[in-house]
Design a protein around this ligand. Structure first.
Ligand SMILES: Cc1ncc(COP(=O)(O)O)c(C=O)c1O
Length: 395
């Protein structure tokens, strides 16, 4: 019998506690009890014991959706200012964007209150999440993150050999920071925090997170993915960027794909200490992947406060409408500070996904501790009304 099977039987018989608990003490924690992690032949967690994304059976064509509510995109973009910037720059796109990219980096640095050598840009923040995973885990080690969370960085870390220490979110879906801190050991190379978190839309309190990052980053780098932070305005959060002025070893990721409406233009950045960015620069070339026109679109979007404000207001109005409808239908959604809402559904995720798809509605489905969930992005009011009508007709 394989080691993996032995462990499975141990878990099933409730006798985990010896081998597994020695390697993963957090497996004994409340949210994990009774769930079976999938392990590889080195006893590393392959898949979350708590969360599984449910994928559609066949190929889904998002272009054909009447309401594309599956990727947390901004339905109001790209801003007109960015469209004009693309048109006026396209004639020069036979050139590399050398100076133009420096100008954009400088603009981002001013916005963040940091020297430009603290900023690295790329064609979307995903690229930087992946690069950080590669440079951090090339020589092994473990990564500590919440579960559920956004899996890009964690998945690449695992692919290059990292062990994943998945720490269940608290009952209110915020990060369990004390448990995450307790999970750090001598082999931990990075802590990943997504705040606000995806796929939950939940927030972890800004002050608590600030203290955590400030303390923990003395021991190990802390990566904070702030893809949705602008949309969380008015909630109990704050950006962790200012920790860099105190020379803390934190890495903050931001994207132009959400509030700035440029998902398809592919622009994002990280702010980090120059020494940390130097490790990425040593093996890759930062910024060279951003299209010439995207540099100009990003610069225009950054300046376009009125577009960002309009996005936030409309997003909140659509979310308020959706939540009022979910309340009426008796769905217990996770309170969201983002442009998506997660709620438990009363049918298998795959069936739900297929029924919604058949009605032209794109959503995401997850299973969390065996309970199916729908994650729906805030489209326009018309799109979310289509979603609500479809939901009523299938439930
Ligand atoms: C939490 C989080 N981080 C990063 C990304 C990637 O964004 P980008 O478009 O900048 O690659 C996403 C995209 O949905 C996200 O949800």
């Amino acid at each position: 019998m394989s080691k993996q099977m032995d462990r499975r039987q141990l878990l099933k018989s409730g006798l985990v506690g010896l081998g597994a608990m020695a390697s993963f003490p957090y497996l004994s924690m409340g949210a994990f009890s009774g769930v079976e992690p999938e392990l590889d032949n080195k006893n590393r967690i392959i898949r979350s014991p708590l969360v599984r994304e449910i994928l559609p059976g066949g190929r889904i064509d998002p272009i054909s959706f009447k309401a594309r509510l599956n990727a947390n995109e901004n339905p109001y973009g790209p801003p007109e200012s960015a469209q004009k910037a693309v048109v006026s720059s396209v004639m020069r796109s036979n050139r590399y964007a050398w100076q133009e990219l420096f100008d954009l980096v400088n603009k981002v640095a001013v916005k963040e209150g940091l020297p430009p050598n603290h900023i690295m840009m790329a064609a979307g923040s995903s690229v930087l999440l992946e690069k950080v995973a590669i440079i951090s885990f090339m020589k092994g080690g473990n990564i500590v993150s919440a579960d559920p969370t956004y899996m890009s960085l964690v998945n690449v870390a695992k692919s290059v050999g990292a062990t994943w220490k998945a720490i269940p979110c608290k009952a209110d879906w915020s990060h369990d920071l004390p448990a995450m801190e307790a999970a750090i050991d001598k082999d931990t190379r990075l802590v990943y925090i997504c705040n606000p978190n995806n796929p939950t839309g939940a927030i972890t309190a800004g002050d608590e997170l600030y203290d955590f990052c400030s303390r923990v980053s003395e021991q190990v780098p802390v990566f904070i993915d702030e893809a949705y932070i602008e949309l969380a305005e008015g909630s109990n959060t704050k950006s962790m960027v200012s920790l860099l002025t105190k020379k803390k070893n934190v890495i903050i990721a931001r994207t132009f794909s959400k509030v700035m409406g440029l998902a398809g233009m592919r622009v994002g950045y990280i702010a980090a200490l120059p020494e940390f960015l130097g490790k990425i620069d040593a093996i890759t070339r930062g910024g060279m992947d951003i299209a010439y026109t995207s540099v100009f679109a990003a610069s225009a979007s950054l300046d376009d406060q009125s577009f960002q404000q309009m996005t936030k207001e409309k997003n909140n109005a659509v979310k308020k409408y959706l939540c009022s409808q979910l309340d009426k239908m008796g769905y217990a959604y996770v309170p969201s500070v983002t442009n998506f809402v997660l709620f438990p559904i009363a049918m298998a995720g795959k069936t739900f996904l297929e029924k919604m798809s058949a009605k032209g509605i794109g959503i995401r489905a997850f299973e969390i501790k065996g309970q199916p969930y729908c994650r729906v992005s805030m489209g326009t009011m018309e799109e979310i009304q289509l979603f609500v009508t479809a939901l009523k007709s299938i439930s």
